[in-house]
Design a protein around this ligand. Sequence first.
Ligand code: ARG
Ligand code: GLU
Length: 656
Amino acid sequence: MKRTLLTLCALLGLLSAAADEGMWLPSLISERIDDMRAKGFRLTAEDIYSINRASMKDAVVLFDGGCTGELVSAEGLLLTNHHCGYDAIQRHSTVEHDYLTYGFWARTRQEELPNKDLNVRFLVRMEEVTDRISAGETSAEIIRKAEAEAPGYRATVEQMYYGDQQFLFVYEQFDDVRLVAAPPSSIGKFGGDTDNWIWPRHTGDFSVFRIYASPDNKPAAYSPDNVPYRPKKFFTISTKGFREGDFTMIYGFPGNTQEYILSDAVDYVARLSDPAKIAIRDGRLEIITQAQESDPALRIHYAAKHAAIANAWKKWQGEVLGLTRMKTVETKRRQEETFARENSRGAELLDAMRAEYRRITTPYFAREITLETLRALPAKYTDEERAEAVFPARRETEERLFRWLFGEYARRCPAQYQIPEFLDGVAESGSPEAFADRVFEQVWAGGDAPLADSLRTGSKRMLDHITWLLGTDRLRNLTSKRLDGLYREYVHGLRQTWPERPFYPDANLTLRVAYGAIAGYEYADGEYHTPQTTLDGIIAKDNPEIYDYDIPQALRDLYAAKDYGRWGVVINGRRTVPVCFLASNHTTGGNSGSPVLNGRGELIGINFDRTWRSTMSDIAFDPSICRNIAVDIRYVLFVMDRIGGAKNLIKEMNIK
Ligand code: ARG
Ligand code: GLU
C-alpha cells in the first residue's frame, strides 16, 4: 500500500504538466486562466476567445496554410515571418527588382503586390461536436452546414485526444493578401542556415502583408476594387520592453506534436527513424555542399534545396539529443507500468498497443526510408531547369545524389518492402550505384525515362500498400487506424486516472494558446544563456566575406552613428537596439509568425524558431531548457523605420 502511494506520488510528479508546458484550446482557456493570471496575465478568458465580441483570436490568422500571422492595424496590416512570406517575396523578385536581396517597401497602397494562391484564415468559432457525431451526423454534413452559413466560410472537423473529442472549426478565408514590405534577406534571413535553430540569434525574420476585402468587408477574390480589410481586432504594440521572468503568451497554429505516445514509439523515433533520416541527409548535404563550394553558380542554385534539407536534419538531431538526455523512453516505461497497475484495462490495452506497434513499425519505417530516398529524387528535370545556364554544371552533383540515395534505399529499406522494380534493376546492374547510373542517364537525357517511370510506379504501389496495411492515410507519425483507436482509450484512461493533471490535445494545426515567460536557460553547469540579443551582436557577427553574415551597409552606418532614434534602449549600460529574445512557450512548426504577447495582450515579438536542443518538446517538454525564439518587435520597427524608411507603416500601427 505504502509503495503504491509512493509510486503514485512520483508518477504524479512526472505527469503533472510542468510550468509552461502546453498548447491549449482557446475556447477552453477559462480552465487555465487562473494559472495564467497567477503568472502575470492581466486580461480575461473572454479577451482571448469570445464568440460574442471581438477578442484576440480575431487578430490571429493561419497564414498560407502552414504559418501564423497577426493583425497590427485597423486597415488589415499583418505581420508574419520573412521565411513564411519567402515564396511571395521570391515570386515578385526579378533581376531588376530583386526584393529578396534588397528588400521591398510599398510606399502607397497601389504599390502593394497581390499574390496568387496566398490566403489567410480567421477562426470564426470552434465548438465540440463529439455528441453530434455520436448521434450519427457525419463530419461532412457538419462541415457542409457550417460552410453554408456565409460566403468565405471554410470548416474542418478535427480530432482531439485521438478522436476522444471532435471539434468543428469554422474559418473565414481571405484570398486577396498583398505583400507590403520585406527587409533585405541579409536582415530577414541573417545567419541563414548556420544560425538556424541556434541561440544566440540575430535574425530579423519578419515580413508585412495586408488583407484586402470587398467594399462591405467580406472575403473576395483579388480585385482592384477591393479595399483594406477592417479587422474586428488588432494588436497594440508595446515598445516598453520586458525583463526575464515576465509573462509571455503565444497565439498561433502549431502543426504536429505527439506528447502521449508510448515508450515504444519514442524509442522508434530516437533510435531508428531519426538516426536513419539524419544519416541519409548527411550524405545529401555533403554532396550538395561540395558542389556549392566548387562553383558560385551552384552555391546559389542549391541554396534553397540545402536550407530545406538542413532544417529538419538539424531539428531531428536536437530531438534525438533531447529525448536521450531526458531519458524519455525510460520515464514513459515507468509511467506505463503504473498505468497498467492503476487502470483496470491498462495492462490489456498496453499489450494490444505494443502488438500493433510490432505489426506496423517495419512497414512504416520502409515508408519513411522510401520518401527520404527514392521519392526525394526527381522523376524528370523540367524544361525551365534545363534552360538554366547552371544546368550542365549540375550533372555530377545530381548523379552523385542518385547514387547515394539508391545505395541508402538498398541498405536501409527493410528487404520485404523494397520494390521489385528496384531489386531487379540492382540484380541486372550489379549494384545499387550501377543501377543508379543507368536510371540517371535516362532522366538526365530528357525524353522517355522508362526505368525511372517504373521505379516511380513501383514505389507508389508500395506506399499505397503500406497505407493500406496501416489502414489510414493520416500518417504524419508512426501510427495506424487500429492504434488511433487504442490511443483514444489510452489517453482517455490517462485523463480519468489522473484528473488533476492538465491534459492538452496534441498540436494539429488548430489555434492554440501557449504561455510562459521571458527566460534564458542553463544547458549545462556554467553554461547559461541570457534571453536577449542586440544590434551589437549583429555587428560582432558581421562579415562581408561570409554570405550568411554580410549585413547591409545601411545597418553598419546606423550602428556607427548610433542613430537608433526612438528604438534605441539601454541594455547593460550600453545604448543599443534589442534584436531577438528567448521565452519558455511551448511551440512547434506552424507557430512561425505567431504573435508573442505580454501580460496586457500587447505585441512584443514575432515567434520564428526554437533552439535545436528544444525540439524534443514535440514529444516531451523540458521546462528547464525548452525555449522558443522570437524577433523583438523593437527591432522590427527599427528596420521598418531606419532601413525601410517606412514612416507610413510606423504611423499606421498603434505603438505604445
Ligand atoms: N527553423 C525554423 C523553422 O523550422 C526556420 C526555418 C527557416 N530558416 C532557415 N534558415 N532555413 O521552420
Ligand atoms: N521555424 C518553425 C516554423 O516555421 C518554428 C520552429 C519550431 O518551433 O519548430 O514554424
